[in-house]
Design a protein around this ligand. Structure first.
Ligand SMILES: [Zn+2]
Ligand SMILES: [Zn+2]
Ligand SMILES: [Zn+2]
Length: 331
């Protein structure tokens, strides 16, 4: 696998014919369960909740897209840029129990999972090679779910992924013009209008964005300005309990519409190391604001389409919020 940069959009893609075999193998055991005979290499684990040996843990992905060893060795190829697929690729096991998904777990269990995510980001940002750490979850066949066990995934990359780069550029431009954070402004208007707010819990808000890319798209955002997720996670463990509860309740709501979704954490890139490209982003702490995006995969009439490169969502966020607010959820 190697990384290639699109010279027009300036975004990196990972490509190669040596595709790791990720087809689900018919195994009689689950490698992420505690008693697995073929457990992947352990990276980190969180203390057990309610008597278990652990609550959440990070392991090396069994068929990683990125390899931890080596240097990115960025090089030219005529007008193009390429580099080696150096990075980290981990599976974050959300729960000890095979089928205890985030929307069924206890708030204390989800808290441990979120704290694990924060710790992994902080740890990987110590590595000067890594510019960004992504955490994401694909659930359901149409969303590209890879493992049956309740898991998320993490990648640490030598570049900032495209969507985050767009957000960073937009946040910086907005802040330059208005001297305010665009996310803070969105949150304050949404709370005031109260047309697209799904739920407020402690320091966090769940809302359907004004211009959704897919029906029932939902964001979870901290109300107070903060660029880096791991800082909230590690400084205020108590507020992570609220975040976990809001995440659980939001996923329960979305599951009344569809069982399949993509979830991604957007947080600030690695600013701990001086680098030519990152020097550009000296204002990140002021103009970026971490958040979780949930993109449901909806079948049938409400299915979303991206035709002619324009997102089309047949459900407005105002209608989405009405339906999701009224959804029957537990706890
Ligand atoms: Zn399992
Ligand atoms: Zn902000
Ligand atoms: Zn985002």
């Amino acid at each position: 696998m190697e990384l290639r940069k699109d010279p027009i959009t300036r975004s990196w893609v990972i490509t190669g014919d040596d595709v790791p075999d990720s087809a689900p193998r018919a195994e009689s055991f689950c490698r992420f369960c505690p008693d697995s005979p073929d457990a992947p290499q352990l990276v980190s684990k969180m203390p057990g909740v309610g008597g278990g040996p652990w609550s959440a843990r990070a392991v090396v992905h069994p068929t990683p897209l990125y390899r931890i060893e080596g240097e990115p060795s960025r090089r030219g190829d005529g007008i193009y840029d390429r580099m080696s697929a150096v990075g980290a690729h981990e599976v974050l096991v959300e729960n000890l129990r095979h089928d205890r998904q985030l929307w069924m777990a206890s708030d204390a269990e989800i808290q441990q999972f979120l704290l694990l995510a924060a710790q992994r980001i902080q740890d990987l940002k110590r590595d000067a090679r890594f510019k960004y750490v992504s955490i994401f979850k694909n659930h359901g066949n149409n969303a590209g779910q890879e493992f049956e066990h309740s898991t998320s995934q993490l990648t640490a990359t030598t570049f900032v992924p495209r969507r985050v780069l767009y957000e960073l550029r937009a946040g910086r431009d907005y802040c330059k013009a208005k001297e305010r954070c665009v996310f803070c402004d969105i949150i304050s208007q949404e709370l005031q209008q109260n047309q697209r707010v799904l739920e407020v819990r402690g320091d966090f808000v769940a809302l359907c964005p004004y211009a959704p890319r897919v029906p029932y798209e939902t964001w979870i955002v901290p109300r107070a300005h903060e660029a880096a997720f791991e800082r909230v996670g590690l400084a205020r463990a108590g507020s992570v309990l609220d975040l976990g509860a809001l995440l659980r309740r939001t996923l329960q709501r979305i599951r009344t519409v569809t069982g399949e979704f993509h979830l991604v954490l957007h947080t600030s890139p690695n600013t701990q190391h001086q680098s030519k490209s990152l020097d550009y982003w000296r204002t990140i702490d002021d103009d970026y604001h971490w958040h979780i995006e949930i993109l449901p995969v909806v079948a049938g009439k409400a299915k979303s389409y991206t035709f002619k490169e324009v997102y089309y969502s047949p459900v407005t966020s105002e209608s989405a919020v009405k339906l999701l607010r009224g959804a029957k959820i537990e706890g």
